[in-house]
Design a protein around this ligand. Structure first.
Ligand code: FAD
Length: 620
C-alpha cells in the first residue's frame, strides 16, 4: 500500500491532469468564495459544508448585467436561428455566423482588455443555456473559445495574448484545438505529430496529422500539440508534448473535407495536416515540454458548462413535449393523463434540475479567487449532463411515438446531436476513471499511514477499525452537520440531507476498504472504479440540489416547493442507487457479478462473435 497515493497520481494524470497555476483574467463575481476540496474530501467520508452551502449568489448588479446580455442572444436564437436548416445543409449560414460575432459570442471568455466580454464562468454558464438551443452552433463556439483559444488565455504570454486574442474575440479569426490523431484518441499522451527545432533555433518544423478537429476547415489559428525533444534536468533527452499556436498562414496547413456526421451536422469537423509548417519559437504555448498539462487544463476548465447548456436544451424540450402530451389523445384521454407518460416528465425535470444545480455550483467554485482545482467536479457535471441529455431526449421522443421518429419534430435531431456529448471532451469512460482515480489518490495519500498500520497489524488501529465496523454493522446514525443547530440544509429537506450524510460516511468506509484490498492494482479494476465514480457523481448531485433548494426556500423563490420535490426525489433515488453500488463494492457481495461478466465478455471477444448456438439448431 505504501506509495499507493503516488502511483495512483501518475495514472490519474495519464487520464487527465488537475489545473496548475495558470492565470485566468476574468471579471470576478461577488459569489462567496469557496475553497476547493469538496469532491476529494467525500472520498474521506467528509462533507466540507462551506464548499457547497449556501448555494452561490450573484449580486443584483451582476444579475442585471447577465440578463441584459442574454436577452438579445435569446431573441436571436429563438427568432432567427434555423436549426433544422443548419442540420439539413450541414453548415451554419454565413449571416448566422456574422450575427453571432456581432453579438460578441466569439469572445465571451476573452478578457475585456483584449476585446472580449470577459464573462465569469457563472455568466458563461448562463449564456450556455441559450447557445445550447442549437447544438451545431454551441459546438462551433465551444471549439473556438472553450478549447481553441482557451490555451492562450490560460497559458499564453502577454505578447501572445495581445497578438491573437483581439481578432479571435471579434470572430475575425476562428480558432481550433488540435490534439486527437488517428492513433491517439483517449490516450492523448501518445500523439505522434512532431515539432523539430530548426538549425537556427528560431522555428519549430511541425509535421503530423490531426483528426476530428472541430472548426478544422474554418480556423485561422490552431492550438496544436506535438512531441518535441526536451533535455531533462539529468541531461537526458526525452520526447515530451509541447503546445503551439499555429497560424494557417504559416504555410503547410491543409484540411480534409468535413466529416459526414450523425449529429451536430452544422459544425465543421475535419482532418488537419501540418507539413513542414514553420512555427516561430515565440509561438510555444506555456513551457516547452509542458503541453500535456496545457491540454488537460484547457479541457478540465471547460467541461462544467455542459451542465447548463444541456439544461437549457432540456427546458425547451420539456415545453415542446408537454404541449404534445397535453394535446395528443389516445384511448379517449390525453397522453398527459397516463402514468407512464407523466413519469417521463418528472425524469426530465429532475435531470435538468440536478445538472443545472451542479453546473452553477461548479461555475461559482471556478470563479473563486486563486487557482481552484475543480477538475473532478467539472468532470462529474460533464458525465451526468451528457448521459442525462441522451436519456431525456430519448424519453421525450418516446412521448411523441411515431411522430418523434420523423423530421417534422426536432426530437430526432436532438437525439442525434446529443450523442456526441458522451464521446468528446473526454469520453465518459475516461472521465469516470479520472474521477475515481483522482479521488482515490487523494484518499490514498491521507490514509496511507493508517492502512500501513492495519497491514502491519498495529493492535490499536485494528481495534479501532473493528469497533468502527461493528458500529457500522449495527446501523449507526450518521450526523455530518447538515441539519440541526448549525445545519445548512432547510428542515423541509432533512430526509435528503440524512441520506446524503449516510451515503458519504459509508462511501468513505468503502474507499478505505478498497485501498486496503487492492492497493496499487486498483488502477486495473475498471468496474470498481466506475462504481466509485458513479457514487461520487450522485453525492455531488445530492449536495448541489440540497443546497440550491434550501436557498430557494430561504428566499421564498416562486415554486420552491416544486424544487423541494425534485431535490427529494433525486436524493432518495440516488441514495438507494448508492446503497446498491456500495454493496457491490463489497468483496463477497452477491450483487457483484463482475467475474461472470468478465467471463462472458472474454469468451465473446476471443471468438469475436456472439457464441450461443442458434435456438433452432439441434445436435442430431
Ligand atoms: C464530432 C467530434 C468533434 C471532435 N472535436 C475535436 C476537436 O476539436 N479537437 C480534438 O483534438 N479532438 C476532437 N474530437 C476527438 C475526440 O476528443 C475523441 O473522439 C475522443 O477523445 C475519443 O477518442 P477516439 O475517438 O479515438 O476513441 P478511442 O480513444 O479509440 O476510444 C474508443 C472507446 O474506448 C474507450 N476507451 C479508450 N481507452 C479506454 C480505457 N483506458 N479504459 C476504458 N475505456 C477506454 C473510450 O471511452 C471509447 O468508448 C472530436 C470528436 C468528434 C467525434
Amino acid at each position: 500500500m505504501s506509495g499507493c497515493g503516488l502511483f495512483l497520481c501518475s495514472v490519474a494524470a495519464r487520464f487527465c491532469r488537475a489545473p496548475a497555476a495558470f492565470t485566468v483574467s476574468r471579471r470576478p463575481l461577488l459569489t462567496s468564495p469557496p475553497s476547493r476540496a469538496f469532491a476529494k474530501d467525500l472520498f474521506l467520508g467528509k462533507i466540507q459544508k462551506k464548499e457547497v452551502f449556501p448555494f452561490p449568489e450573484v449580486s443584483q448588479d451582476e444579475l442585471k448585467e447577465i440578463n441584459q446580455f442574454v436577452g438579445p442572444v435569446e431573441k436571436f436564437f429563438t427568432e432567427e436561428v434555423d436549426s433544422r436548416k443548419i442540420d439539413q445543409e450541414g453548415r451554419i449560414p454565413d449571416e448566422t455566423l456574422e450575427k453571432l460575432k456581432s453579438l460578441g459570442l466569439f469572445g465571451t471568455q476573452v478578457p475585456e482588455e483584449y476585446g472580449g466580454l470577459g464573462l465569469s464562468n457563472t455568466m458563461y454558464a448562463r449564456l450556455g443555456e441559450v447557445i445550447g438551443l442549437d447544438a451545431s452552433i454551441a459546438v462551433t463556439l465551444a471549439a473556438h473559445q472553450a478549447i481553441g483559444l482557451k490555451g492562450i488565455i490560460l497559458a499564453g504570454s502577454k505578447e501572445q495574448k495581445a497578438r491573437y486574442l483581439p481578432r479571435l474575440a471579434s470572430g475575425e479569426h476562428v480558432a481550433a484545438f488540435c490534439l486527437t490523431e488517428p492513433a491517439s484518441g483517449s490516450d492523448a499522451a501518445s500523439i505522434r505529430t512532431r515539432a523539430t527545432l530548426s538549425a537556427d533555433k528560431r522555428h519549430y518544423i511541425l509535421n503530423g496529422a490531426k483528426v476530428w478537429i472541430t472548426n478544422g476547415g474554418l480556423a485561422n489559428v490552431f492550438t496544436v500539440f506535438a512531441k518535441t525533444e526536451v533535455v531533462d534536468s539529468d541531461g537526458s533527452v526525452k520526447d515530451k508534448i509541447t503546445a503551439f499556436i499555429v497560424e494557417r498562414d504559416f504555410g503547410g496547413v491543409t484540411n480534409g473535407k468535413p466529416e459526414d456526421k450523425m449529429g451536430i451536422r452544422g459544425s465543421n469537423t475535419c482532418e488537419v495536416h501540418f507539413e513542414n509548417t514553420r512555427v516561430p519559437v515565440e509561438n510555444v504555448l506555456g513551457e516547452v515540454g509542458g503541453g500535456f498539462k496545457v491540454a488537460m487544463n484547457i479541457l478540465n476548465s471547460g467541461r462544467f458548462s455542459m451542465g447548463s447548456t444541456v439544461a437549457g436544451m432540456l427546458k425547451k424540450l420539456i415545453e415542446m413535449t408537454a404541449e404534445y402530451a397535453c394535446t395528443r389523445r389516445q384511448f379517449g384521454r390525453s397522453l398527459s393523463e397516463f402514468g407512464l407518460i407523466q413519469e417521463k416528465f418528472a425524469l426530465m425535470a429532475q435531470k435538468a434540475y440536478v445538472m443545472e444545480s451542479m453546473a452553477y455550483l461548479t461555475a461559482a467554485m471556478l470563479d473563486a479567487p486563486g487557482f481552484p482545482d475543480c477538475s473532478i467536479e467539472a468532470a462529474m457535471v460533464k458525465v451526468f449532463s451528457s448521459e442525462g441529455a441522451w436519456t431525456c431526449v430519448s424519453e421525450a421522443l418516446q412521448v411523441l411515438g411515431g411522430a418523434g421518429y420523423v423530421r417534422d419534430y426536432p426530437h430526432e435531431r436532438l437525439l442525434r446531436d446529443s450523442r456526441i456529448l458522451l464521446i468528446f471532451e473526454g469520453t465518459n469512460e475516461i472521465l469516470r476513471m479520472y474521477i475515481a482515480l483522482t479521488g482515490l489518490q487523494h484518499a490514498g495519500r491521507i490514509l496511507t499511514a493508517r492502512v500501513n498500520e492495519l497491514k502491519r497489524g498495529n493492535v490499536t488501529t485494528i481495534m479501532e477499525t473493528v469497533g468502527q465496523r461493528l458500529r457500522d454493522s449495527l446501523g449507526r446514525t450518521v450526523d455530518l452537520g447538515l441539519t440541526g443547530k448549525l445545519g445548512v440544509v432547510h428542515p423541509s429537506l432533512a430526509d435528503g440531507a440524512h441520506k446524503l450524510e449516510e451515503n458519504v460516511y459509508y462511501f468513505g468506509r468503502s474507499v478505505e476498504t478498497l485501498l486496503l484490498r487492492f492497493g496499487k492494482t486498483i488502477v486495473e479494476e475498471q468496474l470498481v472504479l466506475k462504481r466509485v465514480a458513479n457514487v461520487l457523481i450522485n453525492l455531488y448531485g445530492m449536495a448541489a440540489v440540497l443546497s440550491r433548494a434550501s436557498r430557494s426556500i430561504r428566499l421564498g423563490l416562486r415554486d420552491h416547493d416544486h424544487e423541494v420535490l425534485l431535490a427529494s426525489i433525486f436524493c432518495s433515488e440516488a441514495y438507494h442507487q448508492n446503497l446498491f453500488t456500495l454493496s457491490q463494492l463489497d468483496k463477497h457481495s452477491p450483487e457483484n457479478l463482475d467475474e461472470l461478466l468478465k467471463k462472458v465478455s472474454q469468451q465473446i471477444l476471443e471468438k469475436r462473435a456472439y457464441i450461443c448456438t442458434h435456438p433452432l439448431d439441434r445436435t442430431s
